[in-house]
Design a binder for this molecule. Structure first.
Ligand code: PLP
Length: 358
């Protein structure tokens, strides 16, 4: 059946593949995909209307620019079910703006914020039964924008595809336990003037060897230092790190090499309202070591959309091991995560206006 809503053409999946709500709440991250996806094309300087259609393979020529040169940027955000049964997308306008900063940096066109939000609302709306039960999981939303010019001439592209797909995942399945991090000095994730502060696909592949080597040495992930001096802490894996030293919560300031995480921003606001002092500044690895030696380093965690807050148990830097005290219900990261989960599950009011009801 084909129809159109709000200018979006819809071709419905003949039969839903949706598992039971209990299975949605247990789904491992990125394993089963919801029934529909959305596509829109940019050609001759303008966006086509968007289409909703069954999730499935795309046909692409081997010469498309994104495959050869990496002109591809993406986003990640979630839709939640509230305890009243509503479905809400978390801060979609912030992701729209960030996608467009990424696109601009890679000489790609912006996706108008209205098209982005309308697309996500339509896609989450048609697959709303895929959103796991309140508090048990979420629907992950993955928008991708990439160049589809059939040309390997090296130049900014002219034709683009905007694709959005979603998948359910259970909160239990993603990093419940605190993780061990290896500080790498061999590799860098970002450098001044590079693309560390935006979200191109190409930021990820170059980090994977470092992750692989850290895992081979018994760690879960990497703690990245700055690319100039290899001294300042920047990110952990693909999360923004936070450190509690005495009574101060510190997170690296956004100076051009750090991805401005929307979870980072949300956690800063929640922790400030607890209230604790949150400082955004440069933090040297030796400062972290000396804080640990005098017993002042109380807690470390990373923030990102998928896991929200992941605590850090151990950080290895050269011959030093920083071992953090065990977390409990009073840990700042645990309290901040619980508060964010309560807001997204609709158990507490949303004073920040973060939820966009679908
Ligand atoms: C996406 C991303 C994050 C987390 O951003 P959120 O908006 O909180 O999901 C952190 N670091 C890197 C490098 C990222 O790509």
């Amino acid at each position: 059946m084909t129809d159109a809503v709000d200018g979006i053409c819809i071709e419905r999946a003949a039969k839903s593949r949706r598992p039971s709500p209990a299975q949605l709440a247990e789904a491992p991250f990125s394993t089963i995909y919801s029934d529909h996806m959305l596509t829109a094309e940019y050609r001759d300087g303008a966006w086509s209307s968007a289409d909703l259609r069954p999730y499935g393979a795309l046909m692409l020529a081997p010469s498309v620019a994104a495959l050869n040169y990496g002109n591809s940027v993406f986003e990640g955000l979630k839709a939640h079910r509230t305890e009243r049964g509503d479905v809400a997308i978390f801060r979609p306008r912030d992701n729209a703006r960030r996608l467009n900063r990424s696109a601009t940096r890679l000489a790609m066109p912006a996706v108008p914020e209205a098209l982005f939000v309308k697309s996500l609302r339509a896609l989450v709306g048609i697959d709303r039964e895929w959103v796991p039960p309140a508090g048990k999981g979420a629907l992950y939303i993955r928008p991708v924008l990439f160049a589809i010019d059939e040309s390997v001439r090296v130049k900014p592209a002219e034709h683009f595809l905007f694709v959005v797909f979603t998948f359910p995942f259970g909160f239990g399945s993603y990093y419940a336990e605190p993780v061990d991090l290896l500080v790498t000095e061999k590799y860098v994730r970002a450098f001044p003037g590079g693309t560390g502060n935006v979200k191109p696909a190409g930021n990820y592949a170059p980090a994977m060897l470092a992750e692989q080597e850290a895992r081979a040495s018994g760690f879960h992930s990497v703690l990245w230092l700055d690319g100039t001096e290899r001294r300042y802490v920047e990110e952990c894996g693909v999360m923004n790190p936070f450190f509690v030293i005495d009574d101060e919560v510190i997170t690296p300031s956004l100076e051009g090499t750090i991805l401005p995480g929307i979870t980072r921003d949300s956690i800063i606001r929640i922790v400030r309202d607890m209230p604790f002092k949150v400082t955004e500044r440069r933090l040297a690895i030796d400062e972290l070591l000396s804080a640990h030696r005098r017993g002042a380093l109380r807690e470390c965690f990373g923030t990102g959309t998928a896991a929200i807050v992941t605590h850090i148990r151990r950080i290895r830097y050269r011959d030093d091991d920083i071992v953090l005290p065990p977390i409990n219900e009073t840990s700042i990261g645990v309290r901040a995560r619980n508060r964010l989960l309560s807001i997204t599950a609709g158990r507490e009011p949303d004073p920040y206006d973060w939820l966009e009801l679908v």
